[in-house]
Design a protein around this ligand. Structure first.
Ligand code: NAP
Ligand code: GDD
Length: 369
């Protein structure tokens, strides 16, 4: 195996964790960029992490931030990657309406910071580094045609999507202007048990499981008619890697070619636990977006023919996988609750005196996204 070294920004996120897993399996040395926070943010990669003092460790973490261009340059020189995967982002579309400037800084300018650093690193070291940009189907927005392909024009509908369009074209421009090996993966929605709790799939599977275990009663949602092409994150990171193994850099749509509404997601998830979602779901207008993306459906023919990539997990299997994981978590939460454990030990009343446990901090966040 040639000496392959990858740098992943956003390694603590859903995709970063699956990609790190995949690259370690392939024998890579993996360096992950982690933002400093006041609490641990490495839960998703805990199973991969080994103490650097314990010999030949192939996953190393470094503090860094896409907004700190100098730190990015220093990291590249230190780590000397052969491949860079830029997955870091403020990735929540609804939140981008509340934090448009921060979102644009991280997603657009942050990507530019990393592209600049990569170009200079390549020129100074002679290492022909390859660059992956996490582009998004959200860029199609108010879709011009269905299904969406690499040739479909963009019509972004959120600050997040506008910033991703900027990053997309910067990536293309670095390829054309400086001959950087830079690829855009235009990925449609992809989910997993590691999906953040405020994205709709995870919000639904987590709530269905918790309702089943009597840990909550209601689920507040926004637009139930939105349709998404939902795939499995574990499949999608394989496509990222394949893009960087090609002879020439290019841009690819990665999608399942199936679309489902939020309603269908509810049918599937609540159906697994034998519940009627209409008895639990309430509509809360705060979850509607000022401008919505009604329908996404991708055509990944190019990825199929050029990368040999096809998704292995379909929608129903995906929901089942997420439900199984969330049922496990809810079962554990219920067991702890029944044993008298209260988060922060704030509530001490026996279970029969309180109808439902207090909302966790994660749920409190769910309430505003
Ligand atoms: P995610 O779970 O939200 O993870 C985002 C990652 O970015 C986290 O590790 C986060 O760190 C990090 N990050 C945020 N701001 C940063 C900054 N200023 N500097 C460095 N790191 C920063 O997202 P994901 O679902 O894994 O998605 C990965 C990438 O693919 C994102 O760029 C997303 O926009 C894009 N994408 C996702 C999908 C999808 O359906 N999942 C589809 C298309 C494109 P913390 O842990 O500290 O927050
Ligand atoms: N999050 C959320 N919460 N979405 C809801 C809710 C809710 O309570 N109720 C309805 N929805 C609808 C949203 O309006 C949207 O139409 C759809 O569910 C999916 O929302 P999200 O799961 O938040 O994902 P997204 O499609 O906006 O964005 C994700 O996919 C993009 C790729 O198309 C993110 O992962 C982006 O980072 C990614 O680029």
């Amino acid at each position: 195996m040639p000496d392959k070294t990858a740098l992943i920004t956003g390694v603590t996120g859903q995709d970063g964790s699956y990609l790190a897993e995949l690259l370690l399996e392939k024998g890579y040395r993996v360096h992950g960029v982690v933002r400093r926070a006041s609490v641990f943010t490495t839960q998703r990669i805990e199973h991969l992490y080994r103490d650097p003092h314990s010999g030949d460790v192939r996953l190393r973490l470094h503090y860094g931030d896409l907004l700190d261009a100098i730190c990015l340059r220093r990291l590249l020189n230190e780590v000397r990657p052969t491949e860079i995967y830029n997955l870091a982002a403020q990735s929540h579309v609804r939140t981008s309406f509340d934090e448009p400037i921060h979102t644009a800084e991280v997603v657009a300018i942050g990507t530019l910071n990393l592209l600049e650093a990569a170009r200079d690193y390549r020129d100074e070291t002679g290492i022909n580094v390859r660059f992956y940009q996490a582009s998004s189907s959200e860029m199609y927005g108010k879709v011009i045609e269905t299904p969406q392909t690499e040739r479909t024009p963009f019509y972004p509908r959120s600050p997040y999507a506008c910033a991703k369009v900027h990053a997309f074209w910067q990536t293309v421009n670095y390829r054309e202007a400086y001959d950087l090996f830079a690829c855009n993966g235009i990925l449609f929605n992809h989910e997993s048990p590691r999906r953040g709790e405020t994205f709709v799939t995870r919000k639904v599977t987590r709530a269905a499981a918790r309702i089943r275990f009597g840990l909550q009663d209601a689920l507040y949602l926004g637009n139930l008619d939105a349709r998404r092409d939902w795939g499995y994150a574990g499949d999608f990171v394989e496509a990222m890697w394949r893009m960087l193994q090609q002879r020439r850099p290019d841009d690819y749509v990665i999608a399942t070619g199936q679309t489902h509404s939020v309603r269908e997601l509810l049918d599937e998830a609540f159906g697994i636990v034998g519940l009627d979602w209409s008895k639990h779901v309430r509509i809360d207008p705060q979850y509607f977006r000022p401008t919505e993306v009604d329908l996404l459906l991708g055509d990944a023919s190019k990825a199929r023919s050029q990368l040999g990539w096809t998704p292995a997990v379909a929608f129903k299997q995906l929901v089942r996988m997420m439900m199984d994981a969330d049922l496990n978590l809810a079962r554990q939460e219920r067991t702890l609750f029944d044993a008298g454990y209260r988060e922060g030990n704030i509530r001490t009343a026996p279970v029969e005196q309180i109808a439902l446990p207090r909302r966790s901090s994660a749920e409190a966040l769910t309430a505003v996204t």
